[in-house]
Design a binder for this molecule. Structure first.
Ligand code: C2E
Ligand code: CA
Ligand code: CA
Length: 560
């Protein structure tokens, strides 16, 4: 709150200081002008009398000029010369001042590195383009250009090369732009270009986007180093007379080009994407989702569901995998595939996950001691050096034996910092917690990685298992993974066992644990308890302690 105020005061001060000097100068100039005018009057007044006297005494030798008046005339001439010189100096000063002012405005409007417009002057420039287009009945296209993986090339080749890449990028874009256009750098590796086109020029605009993409993908050589970057471009257009002010249209164009640029990134970079209305809807939905997650967390709307894990040989339940569900008042039961990535992005995954694990530990305590609990852990959580400690604390608080807990991590963890992941896994394992590699086969984990990290189990991804009976490819992948597991003495769980057919196909490949819709959909804690009670698989009173049938702290969260 204090900041804007300070900024205003600062602005006033500089203005006051800047105003003082010109004021003094103006006073001096006024005095000089007064002297000059007085000198001219004096010259006109005395000059004719004195000069006639002098001429007469020289030519006819009569009389002598008045000494006082002659001296006054000489002084007068000196004043005239002084006044004239001051006038010339003044002219020079004005020209110089104008040049300095022009220079300052140019510097304030342009990006120091590339020389194109900067963020501050961009809005005005595009508004002007729009104004012009409205008058001439043309259309304006705006392109948001973001370099792909610029940061990596910058880190790899150094900042000098990075600067050269930005300068060359600006030059290449400028070289391709038509006559009525602007190019600006928004800072970092983001550029904006905008141009006026004749109505219905979508094809020409598309060709321009393609040419910019092609041109920017050409390698840039600087200081003997070769930098290769590509660009993602978002394109938006506005036809004239959209019913808004030019400034409003310009803002819309920029916002829409930005949304389209993110779409180009999502579609795989090094390409352009047109703005579509659905992007705006998506953005709004995304905003609602974020807000919903934040509030839902406070209101206890996230609850654990449980999926049975089965010994395929005997058909017995060996444990449950906890799967998060969001009981959203606005969206109904929301899948983790929707909210987990968002929670990760907005930095709430740890809070969300740890809340769910706490609930799950309380639930699992009421199960038979032979049953395990599996929980999914996000790669982001594994980057947190305190994660292991917090997990152990949760186990201690709940009084749940670490040997009954299994955590599932996906292959993406392995591409992050393997050293950090290894030390984390090791400390969890030392406490007796078991580690499974989830979704195996979908990522790129190599055999070498499988060997360097001490996994206790691999889970074959459900996409292979569920198609096992009808796809020869899936069958050979499942077969390869099972022989790999045998070779490395790693037990295997098959996910996505949907039918009896899949089950019998699986049995041919060896011994597995399995889970899937064949054994039922993921269920609530109450449903699980009811089923376990029917099978005599609830903890005896001595094991679970004096816990009531349904622990009060979990019922409140679930009644949402
Ligand atoms: P996952 O770990 O692979 O979990 C198994 C998913 O497969 C679950 O989807 C489950 O409902 C579904 N599934 C089970 N049996 C079958 C079947 O026979 N056929 C098919 N087609 N699908 C089956 P869900 O619950 O939607 O979870 C999706 C993913 O969300 C999970 O995949 C897991 O990666 C993630 N996830 C769930 N809960 C959490 C959590 O608490 N934390 C984190 N970080 N991720 C979670
Ligand atoms: Ca899993
Ligand atoms: Ca999985």
């Amino acid at each position: 709150m204090g900041k804007p105020d300070m900024a205003t005061t600062g602005h006033d001060n500089t203005e006051a200081a800047g105003n003082k000097a010109p004021l003094e100068r103006a006073e001096r100039d006024l005095v000089a002008l007064g002297i000059l005018v007085a000198a001219i009057f004096l010259f006109v007044g005395t000059g004719s009398t004195v000069l006639t006297g002098i001429v007469r005494s020289w030519i006819y030798g009569v009389g002598s000029p008045d000494v006082l008046l002659t001296n006054a005339l000489i002084l007068n001439i000196a004043l005239l010369i002084f006044g004239w010189r001051r006038y010339v100096e003044l002219q020079d000063e004005i020209t110089e001042r104008r040049k300095a002012e022009e220079n300052a405005t140019r510097l304030a409007r342009t990006d120091a590195l590339t020389g194109c417009l900067n963020r501050r002057s961009l809005d005005e420039a595009i508004t002007e383009l729009v104004e012009g287009a409205v008058e001439s009945g043309d259309m304006v296209a705006v392109m948001m250009i973001d370099l792909d993986k610029f940061k990596r090339s910058n880190d790899l080749l150094g900042h000098k090369v990075g600067d050269a890449v930005l300068i060359e990028t600006a030059r290449r874009i400028e070289a391709l732009m038509p006559a009525r256009s602007v190019v600006a750098r928004l800072g970092g590796d983001e550029f904006i270009c905008a141009a006026v086109f004749a109505p219905c020029s979508e094809n020409a605009i598309e060709r321009l986007a393609v040419r910019i993409n092609t041109s920017l993908a050409e390698p840039i050589i600087s200081g003997g180093l070769r930098a290769e970057v590509t660009a993602s471009i978002g394109v938006s257009i506005a036809a004239s007379g959209a019913g808004h002010t030019p400034a409003h249209i310009a803002q819309d164009l920029l916002h829409r080009a930005d949304l389209a640029m993110y779409q180009a990134k999502r579609r795989g970079r090094n390409r352009f994407a047109w703005f579509e209305m659905s992007m705006e809807r998506e953005l709004r939905f995304r905003g609602e989702l974020e807000q919903g997650i934040r509030e839902g967390l406070k209101r206890g709307e996230f609850v654990p569901f449980y999926e049975k894990q089965i010994d395929l040989e005997t058909g017995a339940i060996t444990g449950f995998e906890m799967l998060a569900r969001w009981m959203s008042p606005n969206h109904g039961v929301v899948s983790p595939e929707v909210f987990i990535p968002v929670a990760e992005e907005i930095g709430l995954i740890a809070e969300l996950s740890e809340g769910l694990i706490t609930l799950a530990l309380e639930d699992a305590k009421t199960w038979d001691a032979s049953l395990t609990l599996s929980v999914n852990i996000s790669p982001l959580q594994l980057r947190d050096p305190w994660f292991a400690q917090r997990l152990l604390k949760m186990l201690v608080t709940a009084g749940f034996p670490p040997t009954r807990l299994e955590i599932e991590i996906t292959e993406t963890c392995l591409h992050e910092n393997v050293a950090v992941v290894r030390s984390l896994i090791t400390s969890l394992k030392n406490q007796g917690i078991r580690i499974s590699l989830d979704d195996f086969g979908t990522g790129y984990s190599s055999l070498a990685q499988l060997r360097t990290l001490p996994f206790d189990r691999i889970k074959i991804d459900r996409s292979f298992v569920s198609t096992l009976a009808r796809s020869a490819d899936s069958a050979s992948i499942v077969e390869a993974i099972s022989s790999l597991g045998r070779g490395m003495a790693l037990p295997i769980t098959a996910e996505g066992v949907e039918s009896a057919e899949v089950l019998s196909a699986l049995r041919r490949f060896g011994q597995f644990k399995g889970q899937g819709y064949l054994y039922g959909q993921p269920a609530t804690a109450e449903d699980v308890k009811r089923e376990l009670a029917a099978q005599g698989l609830l903890a005896s009173a001595a094991e679970s302690g004096p816990a009531p049938e349904t622990p009060p702290e979990t019922t409140s969260a679930r009644s949402a």
